[in-house]
Write a protein that binds this ligand. Sequence first.
Ligand SMILES: Nc1ncnc2c1ncn2[C@@H]1O[C@H](COP(=O)(O)OP(=O)(O)O)[C@@H](O)[C@H]1O
Ligand SMILES: [Mg+2]
Length: 368
Amino acid sequence: MTQEQVLDALSNVIEPDLGKDLVTLGMVKDVKVSGHQVGFTVVLTTPACPLKEQIRSACVKAVHELVDADAEVTVNMTSNVTSRQGPAAGPGRQPGVLGEIKNIIAVASGKGGVGKSTVAANLAVALAQEGAAVGLVDTDIYGPSVPLMFGIDPSEKPHVNEERKIIPLEKHGVKLLSMGFLVDETQAVVWRGPMVSSAVRQFLNDAEWGALDYLVLDLPPGTGDIQLTIVQTVPLTGAVLVSTPQEVALADVRKGAAMFGNVNVPVLGVVENMAYFTPPDLPDRKYYLFGEGGARRLAEDLGLPLLGEVPIEQVTRESGDRGTPIVAAQPESASAKAFRRIAELTAQQVSIRNADLPATQPIEILYR
Ligand SMILES: Nc1ncnc2c1ncn2[C@@H]1O[C@H](COP(=O)(O)OP(=O)(O)O)[C@@H](O)[C@H]1O
Ligand SMILES: [Mg+2]
């Protein structure tokens, strides 16, 4: 067995999402052969890759079938998250800072109370659990929930270092900044779109994030002035839309999809939250309190992936209120499993997007 034979064999393994073989994509590294033993590294585009095991076994199979049926194959799976980040716009932008943030994912919803912040928090923690470097910015000026959901005491405020950069707080492996650290709720009413978006921009540019694979933005609910201003000034990789199953909520998701479409931000997919209820004492039952399959049909209609269906669970609400997102508090619960899957599928969509599309160009809006 030679290194060339192994590489030849692996050039028959197609990365299903990207549609090209692993060797052409430069994903195979460090091939070492000795007798019947071969080892190599596969560098995936995300540590949260849902196809990890499928790719690993395809590699083993290719070596066995095409090179040596008796080979002892060791595949080391690692990752290097991809990025297509364009430059951030705006006055005061320091070059290179955002360059350390590989991907920015906005979590949006047409309405409040659908679980957008719960999804954003669990998405961030689940990605961090998979080994990604993750940040979360809570831009919801009217109802910041990161302080509550991450158990941050109101007296705990981020510090500013000698270079006058904000140091994000860190909880459950996620770096955090929240509008809730800046303004109390009684002040929030006077904030308008441009003010919020410049605060968000400061959070991105003037904070000491370090290198991040994913920065999750919890957007304020709705598709109005504030949301539009934020999504236009931040170079988003893509957006995740959260809805509950009712028609009234789904109708607003269409507006959300249209808003992102207008500013050329790809929608990575739709999450249906509170999709069904399973009584803890009847684990085989599913009650579709708000109707069944609405988000699935909507996603199909809009040509978007359905990233997952999260059940209504009391523990999800309780763990959120107690400051530990459910994926960390009760990893084996049905909701935590759904959120982990959503994190994998979101990371997968980011990788596909980065392979297929150019960077999102932020648009600078001037207010007079
Ligand atoms: N899947 C769920 N099961 C149970 N409670 C949930 C679920 N998703 C969200 N909640 C609860 O519903 C409330 C609103 O959720 P939140 O994430 O704050 O919504 P939004 O950010 O859209 O306003 C919170 O109390 C949260 O804990
Ligand atoms: Mg919220």
